[in-house]
Design a protein around this ligand. Structure first.
Ligand code: H2U
Ligand code: ZN
Length: 353
């Protein structure tokens, strides 16, 4: 009987941030694929699209006209999932079924006036401007009455349900703490109480020692494939300094974050030579948090692609009914992303309209 090695044999891994487990099946990577092939996104977006609701000067669904902005910009979502003035209250049906009212604000963030650029194509100062806008929006939303949590995120690519190639993200501010955040709060608080240090601080120290899943680090951030990654090329950016909120970062730290964001999204696009789809988001502490608790700033990237630009991982079957599962190991995925060049794989569109 061979002895167990997590590089070869089926096993489960614990997600330190949620306390949940993932099934890893490294022996299964040679499975043939005759399933669905996705469309590769069109590369030839125009710099300005008269039909786009995010391009400067164009009309949005509510009739508002976008300004002739020359940097990132924000507006309230015309089809917001959360509304600021929904009545307070709750209902219990038959002592069993519960419903609670939820208030909030949804914002849309355009990353650039240019329709044809994505994050890896922006310059460092342009990405820094996006980070500054994330901070400003967060601060403005956090002082609105009743807001408890603010999720900054980007849904990129039609495969992720993104409605428009114009580079953009969203911010949803809610009157309750969402479930993923509740799980991460519990795990991080428990660790902090037991050890007096942050879970992610100790985790990145361990990863930096082993160097198996690290893609890169700079003075202020670490980029890695987490040990418990569920999506094939899932990654996480973790700040070296334990902070609750993005606006706590110094100008130098924001510059380092812009550089690591550009490098990560370049690695992603270079991997399959395509505009790489993902859902990404910043996990900041709940709004009321002050001082040092267990929370540690980090950002998740969840890309759906598996083996090529056209083969997507499906979270179905066993994953929906029992346990998330992956074939390629996080270590192998990290190796592929680590060896990607940091020069963009194709000539970028001209920088002016
Ligand atoms: P996606 O990131 O999923 O593409 O969402 C873009 C958001 O833009 C979406 O939530 C909003 C949609 O409600 N939107 C507007 O606010 N105004 C518009 O004119 C069209 C789309
Ligand atoms: Zn546009």
């Amino acid at each position: 009987m061979q002895s167990f090695t997590y590089k070869e044999h089926p096993h489960t891994r614990k997600n330190l941030l949620t306390g949940e487990w993932i099934l890893v099946s490294p022996h299964r990577t040679k499975r043939p694929w005759q399933g669905k092939q996705e469309q590769v996104p069109d590369l030839n977006s125009p710099a300005y699209d008269p039909a786009c609701y995010l391009c400067p000067g164009n009309k949005r669904a509510d009739g508002a006209i976008n300004e002739q902005f020359d940097g990132p910009f924000a507006f309230t979502n015309d089809f917001a999932a959360l509304l600021p003035d929904s009545p307070e209250g709750s209902t219990i049906i038959g002592n069993l079924l519960e419903a609670k009212s939820e208030n909030g604000i949804c914002r849309v963030i355009g990353f650039s006036p240019r329709h044809d650029l994505t994050l890896p194509m922006l310059s460092i100062p342009e990405i820094e401007a996006v980070i500054e806008l994330w901070c400003k929006e967060f601060i403005d939303l956090s002082i609105k009455p009743g807001i408890q949590y603010i999720q900054v995120f980007e849904n990129k690519g039609a495969i992720m349900g993104c409605s428009n190639p114009h580079p953009h993200g969203q911010i949803w501010a809610s009157s309750s703490i969402p479930v993923e955040i509740q799980k991460e709060l519990t795990q991080q608080e428990r660790y902090f109480t037991a050890h007096g240090t942050s879970l992610l601080n100790d985790y990145i120290q361990l990863e930096l020692e082993h160097q198996e899943r690290i893609l890169e680090e700079n003075e202020h951030f670490v980029l890695l494939v987490p040990f418990w990654a569920t999506w094939p090329y899932e990654t996480m950016i973790v700040s070296k300094r334990q902070v609750n909120f993005t606006h706590e970062f110094s100008a130098e730290e924001k510059n380092a974050l812009a550089r690591i964001l550009k490098n990560l999204t370049t690695r992603y696009d270079n991997l399959f030579q395509v505009s790489f789809p993902y859902s990404a988001g910043i996990h900041q502490a709940p709004v009321q948090t002050s001082g040092r608790t267990g929370w540690h700033w980090h950002m998740h990237f969840y890309p759906p692609l598996l083996r090529s630009a056209t083969v997507k991982k499906f979270m179905v079957g066993y994953e929906m009914l029992a346990n998330p599962q992956r074939d390629i190991t996080p270590e192998w995925a990290a190796e592929q992303l680590r060896k990607m060049p940091l020069d963009y794989y194709r000539t970028l569109p001209a920088s002016t309209i």
